[in-house]
Design a binder for this molecule. Structure first.
Ligand code: AMP
Length: 123
């Protein structure tokens, strides 16, 4: 069966992309925990941290840039970086990814629509 994150990374299926570099892509989570919740996904298919620790290390600079983008463009006051590695840890998509979850002191100051979030992140 095709990996959904491989399909998104290759452009085969659409996603709300907000950034890309040589290691992978970043796109909005379909079920955001907060406005701007973004997934950073490597082009290389590795299932989890056990399978892809070297890929994870290579992703770190890109993850850091995406976290900064979310803070700067959306005015987040903090950010959670989360990796669910393994089913027991809550992983549902078995292509390594990092959740970038912005946190806001004042949730009312944040764009509430996906279009608003996208516009701010792409500005
Ligand atoms: P995890 O539990 O760490 O495997 O999280 C997988 C995440 O992928 C969840 O937060 C889902 O909402 C998200 N997700 C699954 N399919 C898609 C998709 N096609 N586009 C965007 N986000 C997705």
């Amino acid at each position: 069966m095709t990996c959904i994150f491989c399909a998104i990374a290759s452009g085969e299926i659409p996603a709300n992309r907000v950034a890309e570099d040589e290691v992978g892509v970043a796109f909005l989570d379909a079920k955001p925990k907060s406005p701007g919740h973004t997934l950073v996904v490597p082009f290389e298919h590795v299932s989890d941290l056990g399978d892809g620790s070297e890929v994870f290390v290579r992703m770190a600079p890109f993850v850091t840039r995406v976290a900064q983008q979310v803070v700067d463009k959306l005015g987040a006051d903090g950010v959670n970086l989360v990796v669910n590695s393994g089913a027991i840890a809550g992983q549902e998509v078995f292509h390594l990814h990092v959740h970038v979850i912005p946190r806001y002191a004042d949730p009312d100051a944040v764009p509430s629509s996906v279009d608003g979030v996208l516009e701010a992140l792409r500005a």
